[in-house]
Write a protein that binds this ligand. Structure first.
Ligand code: IMP
Length: 425
């Protein structure tokens, strides 16, 4: 297997966890490189369902090594909860899960600030997951963050928390009229997290270099999706990290020349959670049906996902900014019952055909999607085990999507189980 990056190519929730779980069989090390506990990955193994927010789902394969890289913002309580849950169900993580020592920590003030800002924004809220992600990345870039290595240094941590809170508490009490946070209990709690996590802390970039030099295969697990990227997405309705493939290098300490392929995961239709433009949204009974058939409810917040037709403008952009070498098209079975399927092939704005997604959100909110209608296949695809098993119209639909976005199909997924995956040569 080549060293591969897997990214979401729409607004997240494309089914990356399933694709990564299947590809992980041929990888040695699986690495998370951005985001935090805002991600929610559901994996089905046999009749057991697992939901991960931070740990790469490949941890369930006992021979695999998993790394959470420096680009992630880590909520230690959530991570410890996932470790306990896994160990309680018989999966040993010790010696297989490594955490980059230079990773940023999500602190209680980040979560508090995320919620206060969203509340204050009213109808202009982003619709965040409330996990403190944005404020944690703000502090990283402002150079006032706390890193994992700091949790192993009692003196240093006390000093940092006290000085950070002097400033944050002015914001909480004077601007938001909220309660101030106390340093002492936070320091005690986070030192305790540090003690528990200490055996997993590593120089992850060095570890990955050694893995590459000994011929091990790396699989990078992206979170969220391309159009939630802080630079390339529907700003400000985005997450606070770079979600695109280039971020795998910054967020892990592996150079770009070590990577050979990029898999873009796309849903056979489109969903989005949170606010912001969504040109192909189906605010109708059909949208409700897609939600029901696809089980489109957020794994992190339980929110109902907004559903709509496949948008080739979105995925074409994803192919471009990620350098996608192969598409993994998921949830094809969700469309099984439809007599006709629409695909957005372009946007018009004030009569003009657009070449790309507008960066001005007011313009984006008003674009007119141009649709092409394709016939459905009206039959069950969930038992297909090869491309040949798929109904003719399903093949035509998938081939048309690939043609519109300019990337070949590498994999098709027709259900949540590991064996419901079709690989193309
Ligand atoms: P935040 O990442 O919690 O700051 O949320 C910012 C935006 O990204 C909101 O619209 C969220 O709904 C969205 N978002 C964050 N994580 C995910 C995800 O894993 N899947 C889909 N949307 C997400």
């Amino acid at each position: 297997m080549k060293n591969t990056i897997v990214v979401g190519s729409q607004w997240g929730d494309e089914g990356k966890a399933k694709v990564i779980d299947v590809l992980a069989e041929h990888a040695d090390v699986v690495i998370r490189f951005q985001g935090g506990a805002n991600a929610g990955h559901t994996v089905v193994v046999g009749d057991q369902e697992f939901v991960f927010h931070l740990i790469p789902s490949a941890i369930m394969r006992p021979t695999k090594t998993c790394v959470i890289g420096n680009g992630v913002v880590l909520d230690p309580a959530q991570l410890l909860h996932e470790i306990e849950e896994l160990e309680g169900r018989g999966f040993d993580v010790r010696g297989r899960l490594w955490l980059a020592e230079n990773m940023q920590i999500v602190m209680p003030w980040h979560v508090q600030l995320d919620k206060l800002k969203e509340k204050a924004a009213g109808k202009n809220a982003i619709g965040t997951t409330g996990r403190g992600i944005g404020p944690a990345y703000v502090d990283k870039v402002a150079r006032s963050g706390i890193r994992l290595i700091d949790l192993l240094d009692p003196e240093g941590l006390r000093f940092k928390v006290e000085s950070i809170l002097e400033e944050k508490n002015i914001l909480f009490t004077k601007v938001y009229e909220a309660e101030a946070l106390q340093a002492a209990p936070i320091v005690a709690q986070y030192l305790e997290y540090g003690r528990k996590l200490a055996p997993l802390v590593a120089n992850a970039a060095l570890l990955l270099e050694k893995a590459i030099k000994t011929g091990k295969h790396l699989l990078f697990e992206g979170a969220q999706g391309t159009i939630l990227d802080v630079d390339h997405g529907t700003y400000p309705y985005v997450t606070s990290s770079n979600t695109i493939a280039g971020s795998a290098c910054c967020g892990s300490g592996v150079g770009p020349t070590a990577i050979q392929s990029v898999i873009g995961v796309v849903k056979a239709y489109t969903t989005r959670v949170g606010n912001g433009p969504f040109p192909t949204e189906l605010d109708s009974e059909l949208g409700e049906s897609l939600r029901k058939w696809g089980g489109e409810y957020g794994a992190t917040t339980g929110r109902a996902r907004r559903c709509g037709w496949f948008d080739a403008m979105v995925v074409r952009k994803a192919v471009r900014v990620n350098g996608i070498t192969g598409l993994a098209i998921t949830k094809v079975d969700v469309l099984d019952q439809l007599p006709e399927i629409q695909v957005c092939v372009g946007y018009k704005s004030e009569g003009k055909v657009l070449e790309d997604l507008p960066m001005q959100m007011r313009e984006f909110e008003n674009v007119e999607p141009v649709y092409e209608t394709l016939p459905g296949w009206m039959s069950d695809t969930s038992k297909a085990v090869s491309w040949a098993d798929l109904p003719e119209n399903a093949k035509k639909y998938l081939e048309r999507l690939a043609e519109l976005v300019g990337a070949p199909i590498a994999m098709v997924s027709v259900g949540p189980r590991r064996d419901q995956a079709i690989f193309l040569p």
